[in-house]
Ligand binder design. Structure first.
Ligand code: AMP
Length: 145
């Protein structure tokens, strides 16, 4: 998938937004939905997506939607910090398959980091334990302010 192309509303995140497939949901408001990445690069790896968007990547996005997305990312990142007390947080966002993007609905990754703990591989790691993901979602959700 190049940077150009047509939005496919059968993508995983569009299906999560429509409630067709499950996700360990953390937070939602009128603009964004946050849920646990089922293949976490670190404990607490959370994804934030715009709810009303057909942008495949950041370059495609309407600036007003983008503004609300980054505000949602900040809000969720603060909750991740409050819940899990990481030493740092990586916020990533990939554009195009060649850059590492695998789901073509704009999204941001929030990945907590701890000193001395290696970062897992992007999309190449194992699946998280569903019960653990649910517990993490609840912990983070409780810290949303
Ligand atoms: P990216 O590679 O930046 O497009 O990120 C897509 C993310 O979606 C990856 O980190 C995957 O682990 C994650 N992912 C894969 N399958 C699912 C799923 N069924 N529900 C939620 N996230 C998923």
């Amino acid at each position: 998938m190049s940077l150009d192309g047509t939005y496919d509303d059968g993508n995983i995140f569009a299906r999560i937004l429509r409630g067709e497939i499950p996700a360990a949901r953390v937070f939602e408001d009128e603009h964004v939905l946050a849920f646990m990445d089922p293949f976490p690069q670190a404990s607490g790896h959370t994804l934030v997506i715009p709810k009303h968007s057909t942008a495949r990547n950041l370059l495609d996005e309407d600036p007003a939607v983008l503004a609300n997305l980054i505000l949602g990312v900040q809000r969720v990142a603060r909750a991740v910090r409050a819940a899990l007390n990481p030493d740092g947080l990586v916020i990533t966002q990939f554009n195009g398959a060649c850059a590492g993007q695998t789901v073509f609905h704009l999204h941001a990754h929030i990945i907590p980091r701890w000193d001395g703990v290696a970062l897992g591989r992007h999309t190449g790691g194992g699946m998280g334990d569903p019960a653990e993901l649910k517990a993490l979602a609840e912990q983070i959700s409780a810290k949303i302010s």
